[in-house]
Ligand binder design. Structure first.
Ligand code: SPD
Length: 393
């Protein structure tokens, strides 16, 4: 369904920019320029001083004092997040308020992130894996407990994001945003302007040849194919995985490819007509092209929560906790959520969001929607990776 305009006077004052989304690359360039200029100069400029709606007290006032609790005595924070997952104001405003310089880097899949973390120490202070990977991170001792005393805004979280099976009581993680996996499609290009089945991407019509993409991510590719085949989405049965391999290998010649980070642009440019993708990403494409729509297929799909965590031995864990606290402020949540069109884990942010977002069942699906949660074990990851390798390599 196409959404009406996202204009909301109050939130636009916070976001300060109702115009089309800034491309990831230009955002990173801006962040790089700010970093090069040095945050002290930036903090003394207009952003902190103009009262442009950022919540006072969301972080401690900027000062020149060292922050206790870091391993390196630096006012620095290195964040590693998914691409296309933040607005263009949150980092500059946090830098200005906290007087902490932020380096912001992006990745495109859980497997890439996990491989990077397993390869040895990095300088990242915050990473953003998906909830179902947290047991693996804990088992491999890759993340460390949070200083909850530095994150009083944890009390803003909705209960379902606190009482979880992957991290009861947020001892290690703080939710960033949540969403669903579905299909982004171009209404002008698909028959009847509608699409409601995984068949469109797993068994594409000849007319759509070269116009369909699947996710370059082991979990969601295999999980959704299992759902389409009517299997348990968490299956590790060899016979089920063989069927998945057969299905997707047969689709492969008709696909444009496998991607997690180019389909927003490709949908927006009418190059891709149907893409397995994540809810907010598809709405970001829709912001640029009103023919783009999102469907959760009738066979069912997946729901996920992406969560912030601190890698074991990170140089600036106290700065990371400050950022987590900042992000949990309802106004900051609203700013991010409005921009990226994913679900917020802080309901207090919802009154600040446009109703066309909060009332959209594609962003906040009703309980009746068939959505599964993938649970992961080491054995499952190995088996699914092996199936994925037979498809994608
Ligand atoms: N552009 C941001 C996309 C974040 C998607 N993370 C969800 C992964 C589910 N396996």
């Amino acid at each position: 369904m196409a959404r009406a305009g996202k204009e909301d006077p109050e939130l636009n004052m916070l976001v300060g920019r109702p115009d089309p989304r800034v491309r990831r690359r230009s955002f990173l360039q801006v962040a790089g320029l700010l970093a090069a200029a040095g945050v002290a100069g930036y903090a003394g400029g207009t952003v902190a001083g103009l009262g442009d709606g950022d919540p006072p007290g969301a972080v401690a006032a900027a000062d020149g004092q060292p922050i206790a609790g870091n391993r390196r005595n630096e006012r620095l924070l290195n964040i590693y997040n998914w691409s296309d997952y933040i607005d263009d104001r949150t980092i500059p405003l946090f830098q200005a308020q906290a007087n902490i310089r932020v380096n912001y880097d992006v990745f495109s899949s859980n497997e890439d992130l996990l491989a990077r973390m397993r390869a040895g120490p990095t300088s990242y202070d915050i990473i953003v894996p998906t909830n179902n990977f947290i047991p693996t991170y804990l088992k491999l001792d890759l993340i460390e407990p949070l200083r909850q005393d530095l994150i009083p805004n944890l009390t803003n979280l909705d209960r379902e994001f606190v009482e979880t099976d992957y991290d009861q009581g947020n001892r290690y993680t703080v939710p960033w945003q949540w969403g669903t996996t579905g299909i982004g499609f171009n209404r002008a290009k698909v028959p009847g302007g509608k699409l409601d089945s995984w068949a469109s991407v797993f068994e594409p019509d000849a007319a759509a040849e070269g116009r369909v993409t699947l996710l370059r991510e082991v979990t969601d590719l295999i999980g959704c194919a299992l759902i389409y085949l009517g299997k348990n989405p968490n299956s590790i049965e060899d016979a089920d995985l063989a069927e998945v391999v057969k299905l997707v290998r047969a689709a492969r010649p008709k696909l444009k490819g496998f991607t997690t980070d180019t389909y927003i642009d490709e949908l927006a440019a009418n190059e891709t007509w149907a893409a397995q993708g994540w809810s907010g990403d598809v709405f970001q494409a829709q912001d640029q092209n009103q023919d783009v729509s999102y469907a959760i297929p009738k066979e069912g799909s997946l729901r996920f929560v992406d969560v912030m965590a601190i890698p074991k031995g990170a140089p600036h864990p106290a700065n990371a906790a400050r950022f987590m606290n900042y992000v949990l402020h309802p106004k900051v949540q609203a700013r991010i959520s409005k921009y990226v069109s994913y679900g917020t884990p802080v309901s207090l942010a919802k009154p600040l969001l446009p109703t066309d977002q909060t009332a959209d069942p594609s962003i906040y699906p009703p309980a009746s929607t068939k959505l599964s949660i993938l649970t992961l074990t080491g054995q499952k990851l190995q088996k699914w990776q092996a199936a994925y390798d037979q498809i994608v390599k």
